[in-house]
Design a protein around this ligand. Structure first.
Ligand SMILES: [Zn+2]
Length: 345
């Protein structure tokens, strides 16, 4: 069967098409025939060598959906399933509380997400064996393509916004709002009753962001974001700042916080270090909140909301599985808005 593998770390050019053996399901696992997959920044990091303990050749691909090739997880063969990529033990302190995002079985907790596509091979192949407990049924009416966008980005955004504890009539600022996580975060914050301002770089995505439910769109290249947030909130600031971008936007996000505001991040795409003022922290009574991956409840919450039409994926482009390198290239392009998705014929 066909797969995209990398034999050494590097850029997208390291991905090569290969014929690989059919997967054999180990005990407690089942084989999924992949129908749609995302191309995610985490996949690019994996290929790029950020997780340098991985031993190539390796097949990544963290977000995918497909059909069961045999009965598993209480479902029939042929069932449409989403593979929750978060690996978890099911028995630790956190798993027993339904908080698999913090599962203690991740021996590299402070360095990497413990997910399919990183800790074991992922979905950039025609069929893949996965643990049965990672298989979730897709509600009827939801396509493989749309469901696949939840596996990483939709679930990550759900967990991230929940970590920030949105409340009715609060003001939420979403930075990187045109990205995969950001575009979901805009909609989820709105769903929880927030007035939402979407921060984007440039004016190209204003219409898209409004369509996604943003009440305001702020071009960070044109205006001072913190100043604009104060203007929109009568001088108060944002109750919630959702910022998956990383160190490049930390200062701006921090300066946008209202008293008692909560900043939440899930990513370091632009760097891992940021300077935190303790004076600002205590005098403004703000909270800085970390978020990584998601628990099954997040994935199920996002899938239910999508099946009910309350959130929808912002899809930038769809590429055939055979054209993965072009899809990878698109992921890195400046004008991208939302998800880059692969269709498996
Ligand atoms: Zn656990």
């Amino acid at each position: 069967m066909k797969a995209w593998i990398f034999r050494e770390f590097g850029g997208p050019e390291k991905l090569v098409g290969a014929d690989v053996p059919e997967p054999v399901a180990r005990e407690g696992e089942a084989v999924v025939e992949v129908k749609a997959a995302g191309v995610n920044p985490v996949d690019r990091s994996t290929i790029g060598g950020r997780f340098d303990w991985i031993k190539p050749p390796f097949v990544t691909g963290a977000e995918f959906a497909g059909v069961l090739t045999g009965p598993a997880a209480g479902l029939e063969a042929g069932a449409h399933v989403l593979v929750n990529p978060k690996l978890f033990c099911g028995s630790c302190y956190y798993c027993l509380r339904g908080q698999e995002s913090a599962c203690l079985s991740n021996s590299r907790m402070s360095r990497a997400p413990h997910i399919i596509g990183v800790s074991r091979e992922g979905g950039w192949q025609e069929r893949v064996s996965v643990p049965e407990e990672n298989i979730l049924p897709i509600p009827s009416g939801l396509s493989f393509r749309d469901a696949s966008t939840i596996a990483v980005d939709g679930a990550t955004a759900w967990h991230l916004v929940m970590r920030a504890r949105p409340a009715l009539n609060e003001f939420a600022l979403v930075v990187g709002a045109n990205g995969g996580v950001g575009s979901f975060a805009v909609q989820i914050a709105r769903l929880y009753g927030c007035e939402v301002a979407a921060v984007v770089g440039g004016s190209a995505h204003e219409r898209l962001m409004k369509d996604a439910g943003a009440d305001h769109v702020i071009d960070r290249n044109a205006v001072d974001v913190a100043g604009e947030v104060r203007r929109l909130t009568g001088g108060r600031g944002a109750d919630i700042v959702i910022d998956p971008v990383g160190s490049a936007t930390f200062e701006m996000s921090s300066a946008s916080l209202a008293p008692l505001g909560r900043y939440a991040t899930c990513g370091t795409l632009t760097g891992t270090e940021a300077k935190l003022s303790l004076l600002h922290l205590y005098s403004m009574q703000v909270e800085y909140i970390g978020s990584t991956t998601f628990s099954r409840s997040d994935t199920l919450g996002a899938m239910k909301a999508m099946a009910e039409g309350k959130i929808r994926p912002l899809i930038d482009s769809v590429h055939p599985f055979s054209e993965l390198p072009a899809a990878m290239k698109r992921l890195g392009e400046h004008g991208r808005a939302g998800k880059v998705v692969l269709d498996y014929a």
